[in-house]
Design a binder for this molecule. Structure first.
Ligand SMILES: Cc1cc2nc3c(=O)[nH]c(=O)nc-3n(C[C@H](O)[C@H](O)[C@H](O)COP(=O)(O)OP(=O)(O)OC[C@H]3O[C@@H](n4cnc5c(N)ncnc54)[C@H](O)[C@@H]3O)c2cc1C
Length: 418
């Protein structure tokens, strides 16, 4: 191991950011351990969409080939109007343009693959350990506590503990997540239960149908596309965590919410609403994390950091939440392994945060443009066209997102910082 490398990194949270960070650090010969509040048997539900920028990183970590064959590979999502005519195609991947198709994969399958790779690298994962607080931080070490009264130390502590992060309370205490006012209600339906009207073109899936009730999404999610996610989003008042849990369990109430004003949807959506397996109904209240003043404990010794949703949970429409967490993980591992980070950690972290925040800000802008495509027709038509995503004017824009070379950008930036 190079003498400039951190000798012991503690990662709080064994989700997508934590696991990918552990693999990226291991690839740079930086030792780390993970602490996760849940037990080994805890399971996650639902599927995720991964775009080329994420898949390129997972490829570099040796994960891509393991997951490619375990999910649904596709190129575009079709936007349709109320008459079910295709109005645009939004690429979520493209093998020729961006090197990869998009991949929709169950979260648990992805987590299982990442965990088995972490295990194969002999990285310790300590389950049932809930991080509580930082006890002290010096220029070489962080001492931190768990809720069971035990403590541990590390040369760096990295919070990958998600949107309601406890580590963030130390790094940027003034920040807490904002509820956007919108709730997604989704379910999983066999594709065979849907009635596709023969006179309409549904050759491209996933599809987002923009109708009088809002937008209804149908997205294949099994390897062969035999199951689809179906759902829509609605304005809904903020709830406490306990109340969200109650709503999640109230399947009849969710079905009523999802099916509201059913006759106003096209017949395809109505066929979906007639076939909902109630136990698959789920909710996703959209919370976002406002811009952090700092991603690291810069007012102390910069030895405590946050990445992933803890640093920047973003709205879902561009499907970039997990992808941006992978970008954080790889770029941070490259930073920590760079010789200049040993003497200049704080300065390098400042450069890294600016670089990462610029990309997040662009994703948020893109998300806003995509959200505007989902507005009711009258509202949409009242907006400046530049505010609405269209393949005609915005397709080239996706190059910065999908074809970005993190290694090049990081090395160039770190050389400048020297
Ligand atoms: C329904 C849904 C659908 C989504 N679909 C997509 C999609 O299609 N594409 C996409 O890119 N993104 C999607 N996202 C967003 C994506 O899931 C997140 O951006 C991503 O999971 C962030 O990863 P993370 O590791 O930062 O956080 P998380 O996945 O939330 O992981 C945090 C981990 O930290 C643990 N933890 C929390 N607190 C503590 C503590 N105090 N001590 C120890 N451990 C702790 C948690 O148990 C968890 O394991 C979706 C999200 C949801 C909810």
């Amino acid at each position: 191991m190079g003498s400039h490398l951190p000798n012991n990194v503690a990662i709080i949270g064994c989700g997508l950011a934590g696991l990918s960070l552990a693999l990226a650090l291991h690839a740079q010969s930086i030792p780390c351990s993970i602490y996760e509040l849940r037990s080994t048997s805890a399971k996650s539900t639902g599927a995720l969409m991964l775009s080329p920028n994420a898949l390129r990183i997972l490829n570099s970590l040796g994960v891509f080939e393991r997951i490619r064959v375990k999910g649904y590979n596709f190129t575009n999502i079709a936007f349709k109007n109320e008459d079910e005519e295709t109005t645009d195609l939004y690429p979520l991947g493209d093998e020729h343009r961006y090197g990869y198709k998009a991949l929709r994969i169950y979260r648990q399958i992805l987590l299982d693959e990442l965990r088995s790779m972490v295990h194969a690298c002999d990285i310790a994962v300590n389950y049932g350990k809930k991080f509580s607080h930082v006890i002290s931080e010096s220029s070489t070490e962080v001492l931190f506590a768990f809720t069971d009264g035990t403590s541990a130390s590390a040369s760096l502590l990295i919070g990958t503990d998600g949107i309601h992060s406890t580590v963030r309370k130390y790094v940027s205490p003034s920040i807490s997540p904002n509820y956007s006012g919108a709730l997604a209600i989704t379910c999983a339906i066999p594709l065979s239960a849907l009635h596709f009207p023969p006179d309409k073109d549904y050759s491209t899936l996933p599809v987002a149908i923009h109708g009088a009730n809002g937008t209804f999404v149908i997205a294949p999610q099994d390897i062969d596309g035999s199951e689809v996610l179906a759902g829509t989003q609605k304005k809904y008042p903020e709830q406490t965590r306990e109340e969200w849990d109650r709503l999640f369990s109230a399947k009849d109430e969710l079905l009523t919410l999802l099916s509201a004003n059913k006759s106003a949807w096209p017949s395809l959506v109505q066929s979906a609403l007639d076939s909902v397996p109630k136990e698959t109904l789920s909710i996703w209240p959209y919370y976002t994390v406002p811009k952090l003043p700092s991603w690291s404990s810069s007012s102390h010794h910069s030895r405590v950091l946050v990445i992933g949703d803890a640093a920047h949970a973003i709205p879902p429409t561009a499907g970039q939440g997990a992808s941006q967490a992978f970008e954080d993980a790889l770029s941070l591992a490259l930073l920590l392994s760079h010789p200049s980070s040993s003497p200049n950690l704080a300065a390098n972290l400042e450069f890294w945060q600016t670089y990462r925040q610029e990309r997040i800000d662009r994703v948020v802008k893109l998300t806003l443009k995509l959200n505007n495509t989902r507005l009711p027709k009258a509202e949409r038509e009242s907006l400046d066209k530049k505010m609405i995503w269209s393949s005609e004017s915005d397709l080239e824009e996706l190059e910065w997102l999908y074809n970005h070379n993190i290694k090049e950008a990081m090395l160039a930036g770190l050389e400048k910082e020297k």
